[in-house]
Design a protein around this ligand. Structure first.
Ligand code: SF4
Length: 492
């Protein structure tokens, strides 16, 4: 079983540990710089990239505005095609539904396609508790699972591991999970991939139940879409007798033609490919071809709360390409685990606090895990203004206090640790609204400047200890203006 993110400390503490790990920083730097350079080239090939980006944004915004209508249409289409739709309000309900569906087949093991939604709800752990073993079949997810590790990247969950570490994990753990690693396995990519292929093949051929997510769901036809690079997804989606797909409700798009946009922007933004090597689409069930039973579990788990926030809802446009992670200077240094969620990096910093609320230390700290440089917004293929949402969430935390979810209700609690900041802001508002008082304060500050402390006392010590306080000038700008220009004080 993989490790979990439960009980993670606040971002600064977790990041502090990560930046001291030079191996991790080296692995991350190499991987993110390689992917970001390739992405830039793949995007530059497309002359109408700006138009595609805008089209993706508009399709997603339109769908989110009419989400109720499109979800009902999707349910009707999937049902008409022979599938069964289940609605899950939260992680607990989704896990219960999937566990019962697997139990009903009489099976005690399942194969899984890489899926963020099932990681979000902790499905593997829930299945394990019910005596059902879930095998991850995506190569990077397999490395994470065998290493009892946690994912640190949306697309490359084992990005924090180098080839030598992966070889050691395969040699040490594969035998306990099935076919052991070949004798004399080296760390060359071809040998590692072959070891994984042999290990997974027997699981594909034995599995009776497959579990997947989906990148998109088409409302008009009830079609589900998974894009991937390895072909493991195709095996999981076609070989088992029962397929259970757990998908966030924001993944619906109205029509087939909408895929034209996303099937261009997603591969170039994620793996820097012109198109995905494997694009699997399935609509209900077909006699004699593929799974005989299809279950679609539509997952809310905080998404409708997020939709209610006019600024924050743009996070639901995300197509999980991970381009924002690969350009983020904070992610590059802190690594994915510091974000305490399966959604790391800039998108995690705005998505996790909205899906989970900000009652925990880690979630309340995430909106501050950014320098607001804007690189994430520049590369996002659906134009999510991540810096805007970060600032909005900071404001919500500072003014409203932690946001928690009680059942399906969002609860705002009074802020605790920001009293000093709010008092300072109130004082600034008072002074800036009274030019006379501001001028008197500036003159007083200039005359007493030799007595100003260089560090603040009490809780302010940590803040001032890491900053150079600018020296107060001997004369304020207004006084200088009046003296040198001889004019009257224009601010009076
Ligand atoms: S926020 Fe944008 S760039 Fe980041 S993963 Fe989502 S779609 Fe990709």
């Amino acid at each position: 079983m993989s490790g979990t993110f439960v009980g993670m400390p606040a971002f600064p503490k977790a990041a502090h540990e990560a930046v001291n790990n030079t191996t991790l920083r080296g692995n991350l730097r190499h991987a993110t710089h390689t992917i970001r350079t390739k992405r830039a080239k793949a995007v530059a090939e497309v002359s109408d990239w700006a138009e595609l980006r805008d089209a993706g944004k508009r399709i997603k915004d339109h769908t989110l505005r009419h989400l109720d209508r499109y979800l009902v249409q999707l349910e009707e289409s999937v049902t008409a095609a022979g599938g069964v739709v289940h609605w899950a309000a939260d992680a607990e309900e989704a896990n219960r539904i999937v566990t019962e569906l697997v139990r009903a087949t009489g099976e005690s093991e399942v194969v899984k396609v890489k899926s963020m939604a099932t990681q979000e709800i902790g499905l593997n752990e829930a299945l394990e508790a019910a005596g059902i073993r879930a095998y991850e079949t995506d190569l990077a997810e397999l490395i994470v699972q065998l290493g009892e590790d946690r994912p640190s990247h949306i697309l490359v969950p084992a990005i924090h591991r180098n080839r030598g570490e992966i070889r050691d994990i395969f040699v040490r753990e594969m035998g306990a999970w099935g076919r052991a690693a070949p004798e004399g396995l080296t760390d060359t990519p071809a040998e590692l991939a072959e070891a994984a292929r042999l290990h997974l093949r027997e699981k594909f051929l034995r599995a009776k139940v497959g579990i997947s997510g989906a990148n998109f769901m088409v409302a008009e036809t009830g079609t589900l879409v998974v894009v991937e690079s390895e072909g493991n997804g195709r095996m999981c989606l076609t070989l088992p007798e029962t397929l259970i797909s757990v998908v966030g409700i924001e993944k619906v798009v109205p029509a087939w033609r909408d895929l034209e946009v996303f099937l261009q922007t997603l591969p170039r933004s994620s793996t820097a490919e012109r198109m995905n090597p494997y694009t699997s689409m399935w609509t209900g069930t077909t006699d004699g071809d593929g799974p005989r039973a299809l279950h679609l579990v539509l997952l809310d788990n905080g998404r409708t709360d997020t939709l209610a926030d006019e600024v924050g809802r743009q996070a639901l446009r995300c197509i999980r390409c991970s381009a924002c992670l690969n350009v983020c200077p904070v992610y590059e240094r802190a690594g994915g685990h510091a974000y305490g969620s399966v959604y790391p990096g800039p998108i995690g910093a705005i998505l996790s606090p909205q899906l989970r609320g900000t009652a925990s230390e880690i979630d309340a700290s995430l909106p501050y895990a950014s320098s607001l440089c804007g690189a994430c917004y520049e590369v996002c293929p659906v134009a999510i203004d991540i810096p805007e949402v970060l600032v909005h969430l900071r404001e919500r935390i500072a003014q409203g206090g932690p946001v928690t979810r009680e059942g399906n209700t969002v609860v705002l609690r009074p802020a605790r640790g920001h009293a000093a900041e709010r008092a300072a802001m109130r004082a600034a508002r008072w002074a800036l609204g009274r030019p006379g008082a501001l001028r008197a304060g500036q003159r007083l500050a200039s005359r007493t400047r030799r007595f100003h402390p260089r560090t603040l006392p009490g809780p302010g010590r940590a803040w001032s200890g890491s900053r150079e306080l600018p020296a107060v000038p001997a004369e304020s700008f207004r006084d200088w203006w009046q003296r040198t220009r001889g004019g009257k004080d224009v601010t009076k």
